[in-house]
Design a protein. Structure first.
Length: 282
């Protein structure tokens, strides 16, 4: 089944991006240069190898500008592509296609970049039990889109926001006056269905966390040897999550330590786009 997001999630982001681009006077160049009734066929084509994500956003951009634009998808989200591969054909009113082009490509190239980078780490740890998860380090307004792009290529999502799980970090512990106090307050302050995760960077903190029955532990900036020891301390009593500058070359050793999750912030906060172009067919 082709992955997708509901239109009610996709459309507001695309509409805001189009309004930003159109400004107060619309597309001056296309309106002046392209005849009103001109029609054209174009194609979204991969310029480099990667994984496609964000077609719902691209298609929505074209259709919001002109519902008469027809889009035929050849490579669905989650598909691997090589340079020159046809992703979709877009045909119809030329003015609408050209006006929506940049917004459509901005979404498609960025989200495909997120998916491609995620796939690189997923492939690097293939065979291990570990899963790759993204974080809240997302671009403002694009969290749902970026987390979707992580999912379509084998990655998983961490919490979506501050409101769906408890993650007690070092500053929380410092202000609360200690790990035990922070966990106790969290447990007393949230509902019975809310999971509690504790960030630790020492074995002492980890030992305390295990006595408090937290659901997960975030093992911050530990090397593989430390992670292996941490996994032994946990002994299956909580989910273990490794974080801290994880890259495709370092991911296999981290996954081999036995942790459950590899948390990777750069997948959403600083990933490179996947180069995709819109080619004129006639």
């Amino acid at each position: 089944m082709t992955p997708s997001l509901p239109a009610i999630i996709v459309e507001p982001s695309v509409r805001a991006a189009l309004l930003e681009d159109l400004g107060r006077a619309g597309d001056l160049t296309t309106g002046a240069v392209v005849p009103e009734h001109a029609r054209t066929d174009t194609a979204l084509v991969a310029r480099q190898a990667g994984v496609v994500a964000g077609l719902d956003y691209a298609v929505t951009a074209f259709r919001l500008i002109d519902p008469a634009i027809e889009v035929v998808v050849e490579r669905a989200d989650g598909s691997r592509v090589a340079p020159g591969d046809l992703i979709a054909v877009i045909r119809g009113p030329a003015r609408g296609i050209l006006t929506a082009e940049r917004t459509a490509l901005n979404f498609l190239c960025h989200l495909s970049g997120v998916a491609s980078a995620t796939r690189g780490i997923v492939d690097a740890i293939a065979g291990s039990k570990a899963q790759v998860v993204c974080t809240r380090k997302t671009m403002p307004g694009l969290r749902a889109a970026q987390k979707y792009a992580v999912r379509v290529c084998g990655g998983c999502n961490h919490r979506f926001g501050l409101d769906d799980a408890v993650l007690i970090k070092d500053n929380h512990v410092a202000i609360a006056g200690g790990v035990a106090t922070a966990v106790a307050r969290a447990r007393a302050g949230v509902g019975h269905l809310v999971k509690i995760e504790l960030e630790v960077d020492t074995f002492e903190q980890l030992e305390v966390g295990m006595t408090l029955g937290v659901d997960a532990v975030l093992l911050d900036n530990m090397d593989p040897a430390m992670l292996r020891q941490a996994v032994e301390i946990v002994g299956g009593r909580a989910i273990t999550e490794a974080s801290g500058r994880i890259r495709p070359d370092s991911a296999p050793a981290i996954a081999a330590s036995g942790v459950d999750l590899l948390s990777v912030g750069w997948l959403t906060h600083s990933v490179a786009v996947l180069d995709i172009g819109l080619d004129h067919l006639g």
